[in-house]
Each structure stands twice: as structure tokens, then as C-alpha cells.
Design a protein around this ligand. Structure first.
Ligand SMILES: O=C(O)C1=C[C@@H](OP(=O)(O)O)[C@@H](O)[C@H](O)C1
Ligand SMILES: C=C(OP(=O)(O)O)C(=O)O
Length: 429
């Protein structure tokens, strides 16, 4: 447990930073680099706990992976040469590792067992287990395979056509990865766009993948190693963008951030709320758009966030809720029931903490209504071991009337180990 007492800052934030590499893209670079034949070099890799779990998983499956901070080199003889793990694989706190690896393990012709930390152990895995069983994998686990720990007998998969019952890039990616091992064609149909980094990166690794309307098709094939530059994580940038949007007089830039359209809901929300935001230096690297974002503080107003927008900002909702406390009028968030299934029930975690800090938040089954504008008081709050809740609370302290004490900030190492260092950079004129 690492408790922290954050005194109010109440001064403008200025300057520029580069946030760490994107978590979703870092996971996928390790996965595809391990399945591809040859040497894959990853630069600007997110050296956070979740992505290290994905590296450890492939090391256990016999892949040679060298990691020095944000540089990762993978030497693989291809997906056919992976070997049975002698020990259970630990997925830690990482939903992405667990769900994407289940897709890979379903395709591998041997036995694997896997488990997670207490939070991951109560997150649903049946959303991936079901399509894997339809493809022919044998999976057992707690509650008939719906939860970790799990045991997988993979191999001999056949392609399926699968319509996603949940708007989840993790499920889509698991089915596509299993499709690399399956006989015939594997098709995934999604009715709402979710992050498409798997599709982009499969193409970068030479895969023949067909994307037409809302269907993605893939077949059993070999991948070739590639070099991957990981853009800055817009989900991490969101905490700094929100800080600058609410601390009076602030103006900051975040450089080389991923601007993939399936992830930029936070930019659209900031603009709709009235933030002064500009994007420059746009370019495409490793199949992903990147650029620099500048935000200058402005008065904000409440908005409605729902429907197809939700998957484009699902991980940013904790900090968007904080933004909404500083906006004039009501902000309504709906269609976001998935938040109840993240590292913690984020709807309850957001509402209980912000209420303790003087905000006016009503929860609903699939979201919340935030009545702004309210001032943020100090007080004791709890992170529920959730990195995004911990960082949202730290941002709240910037504008609080009194000190905010967060019970435990150790979870921040999952996605943004340098979070406080970067915030300090922006605090220094
Ligand atoms: O595919 C990914 O990398 C992710 C997808 C999202 O989860 P779901 O697929 O469960 O929506 C997101 O919340 C998570 O942080 C990362
Ligand atoms: C939900 C998240 O990640 P994961 O599902 O990989 O645990 C997150 O990073 O906010």
C-alpha cells in the first residue's frame, strides 16, 4: 500500500511532455512479434506492469524476449514453434493480456493453465471462452470456465463467423488471433467500432486480413517480424489534458500521442465541452496516426456521452467524470455498463470518490449524471487498486480546496509509471 497526501496546487500548468507508449499497442506488438518468424524490435514500449505480463507469458511459451526499459527485441521461430509452459501463466491485473492470450492459447496444440490477481479473477472471461469453444478449444475453469484460473487444451481450431455480443476490442482481438491458427476463414462482425489496433498491426506484420464494412476476416497464416514504434497513449494523455482543461490559466502540449479515430473520444468530448484544443504535426507511423495536442484552459459545459462514442473513450470515463464536475450544467454518461466490469466497478468508484470530494453525482445502471459545477473539497479517497481511479483522484487534487489523501497509488504503475514525474514537469514553470 502506498498512501499519498496531495496538497492543492491551484497554479497554472504549463509546458510539454510525451506520455508513455500506448498500452493496447504495446500488448499487441509483443503478441504479434512472438507469433511472427524473425526478429521484431519495439520502440517506445509501455514498460508498465500489464505489458510486462504479456512479455512474461510468451517467455513461458519459449520465446526469447529482451527488454530494456522501453526497447523490446523479440526473437521467434514463429507460432508453430511455441512450446508448452512448464508453469501456470500469471496475467496479473491485465484484462488485455488475459483475453488476448486466451485467443492465442486456444490455437496452440498443448495444455496451459493461467491465473490472475484478485481483481482479474472476478472479471468475466466467458466472453472469450465461448467463441474459443465454438472454434474447438477445450477450456475449463472456475464457474464452468467463466472466470480465471483456467486450463486450456488448444489446437485443431476451425474458423467461425462470430458477431460480438459485447462491444469489446479484447474479444474481437482474441477471435482474430485464434483465427491465425484455425482451419478455413474466421470472421468477426462488430456492430459498434472498437479500437482497431489488432487489425492495423496484423497488416503491419504482413497478415492477409480483409476488412469490409463491419466484418473482419482472417485465415491461418504465418506472420513476418516487423519493427513497431508505439505512439504515446491517449488514455494516459487524457489525465494531463483534463488537468490543463480544469486548472485556471493552464496551457500544455502533449507530443507524439496516438490519434487513432477509435480512441479519440476524449478529444471530441473536450471540444464539445468547450475546451480550447488544437492538434498539430500529424503523421502516420507503423500504421497508426500520431500528433501533438495542445490544450488551454477554458470554461466547460456539460454534455451527453452515449452510444458509439463509449468504446472510443471507455478508459477515459473516470477523468471525464472529474471534468464534468467542473463544467456548467449536467453531464450525462450512458451505455457504459462495461465500466462495472473493469479493474473495479468504475461507476461506483467514480461516484463514491467524487461525492466524498463534494461533487453531485447520481449513478445509473449504465452510467451516471454529474451535476456541475461544484468545487472539489479535500479528504480521504480510495483507489480500489484501479490505476485510472487513482490518477483521476490525483488530478482532482490540483484544484481541491484542501489536501486529498489517496489510500494506495501503487496501481498507477500498471499503465503510467511516470505519471507523477510528468505532472511535476507541468507544474514547473
Ligand atoms: O483491447 C484493448 O487493448 C482494450 C480494450 C478495452 O477493453 P474491452 O475490450 O473490454 O472493452 C479497454 O477498456 C482496455 O483498457 C484495453
Ligand atoms: C480496463 C483496462 O485495462 P485491462 O482491461 O487490460 O485490464 C484499463 O486499462 O483501463
Amino acid at each position: 500500500m502506498t498512501e499519498i497526501k496531495l496538497k492543492p496546487f491551484q497554479k497554472p500548468l504549463t509546458g510539454e511532455v510525451e506520455v508513455p507508449g500506448d498500452k493496447s499497442i504495446s500488448h499487441r506488438a509483443v503478441i504479434l512479434g512472438s507469433l511472427a518468424k524473425g526478429t521484431t524490435n519495439i520502440t517506445n514500449f509501455l514498460n508498465g506492469e500489464d505489458c510486462r505480463r504479456t512479455i512474461d507469458a510468451f517467455r513461458k511459451l519459449g520465446v526469447t524476449i529482451e527488454q530494456e526499459g522501453t526497447s523490446v527485441t523479440i526473437h521467434s521461430d514463429g507460432k508453430e514453434k511455441l512450446t508448452e509452459a512448464k508453469q501456470p501463466i500469471y496475467f496479473g491485473n491485465s484484462g488485455t493480456t488475459a483475453r488476448l492470450m486466451l485467443g492465442v492459447l486456444a490455437g496452440l496444440p498443448f495444455f496451459t493453465t493461467a491465473y490472475g490477481d484478485p481483481s482479474l479473477t472476478i472479471r468475466p472471461m466467458d466472453r472469450v471462452v465461448q467463441p474459443m469453444r465454438l472454434m474447438g478449444a477445450s477450456i475449463t475453469g472456475r464457474e464452468k470456465g467463466s472466470y480465471l484460473p483456467t486450463a486450456i487444451n488448444g489446437g485443431n481450431l476451425k474458423g467461425i463467423s462470430y458477431t460480438l455480443p459485447v462491444k469489446s476490442a479484447q474479444v474481437k482481438s482474441a477471435v482474430l488471433l485464434a483465427g491465425l491458427f484455425a482451419e478455413d476463414v474466421t470472421e468477426v462482425i462488430e456492430h459498434a467500432a472498437t479500437r482497431n489496433h489488432s487489425e492495423n498491426m496484423l497488416e503491419a506484420f504482413g497478415a492477409d486480413i480483409v476488412i469490409k464494412d463491419n466484418a473482419i476476416r482472417i485465415t491461418n497464416q504465418s506472420l513476418s517480424a516487423a519493427n513497431v514504434y508505439v505512439p504515446g497513449d491517449i488514455s494516459s494523455a487524457a489525465f494531463l489534458l483534463a488537468s490543463a482543461a480544469i486548472v485556471p490559466g493552464s496551457s500544455i502540449s502533449i507530443n507524439n500521442v496516438g490519434l487513432n479515430k477509435t480512441r479519440t473520444g476524449i478529444i471530441d468530448v473536450l471540444l464539445e465541452m468547450g475546451a480550447n484544443l488544437n492538434i498539430s504535426n500529424k503523421k502516420s507511423i507503423s500504421g497508426e496516426l500520431i500528433g501533438d495536442i495542445t490544450v488551454t484552459q477554458e470554461d466547460l459545459k456539460g454534455i451527453v456521452i452515449e452510444g458509439a462514442m463509449i468504446p472510443r473513450l471507455i478508459d477515459e470515463i473516470p477523468v471525464i467524470a472529474l471534468l464534468a464536475t467542473q463544467a456548467e450544467g449536467d453531464t450525462v454518461i450512458r451505455d457504459a455498463k462495461e465500466l462495472r466490469l473493469k479493474e473495479t466497478d468504475r461507476i461506483e468508484a467514480i461516484a463514491s470518490n467524487l461525492t466524498k470530494l463534494g461533487a453531485n453525482v447520481e449513478t445509473t445502471e449504465d452510467g451516471m449524471v454529474i451535476h456541475g459545477k461544484t468545487s472539489i473539497t479535500g479528504g480521504k479517497v480510495v483507489s480500489y487498486d484501479d490505476h485510472r481511479i487513482a490518477m483521476m483522484l490525483a488530478v482532482a487534487s490540483l484544484i481541491a480546496d484542501d489536501a486529498i489523501i489517496i489510500d494506495d497509488i501503487s496501481s498507477i504503475a500498471i499503465s503510467y509509471p511516470d505519471f507523477f514525474k510528468h505532472l511535476d514537469t507541468l507544474k514547473t514553470p
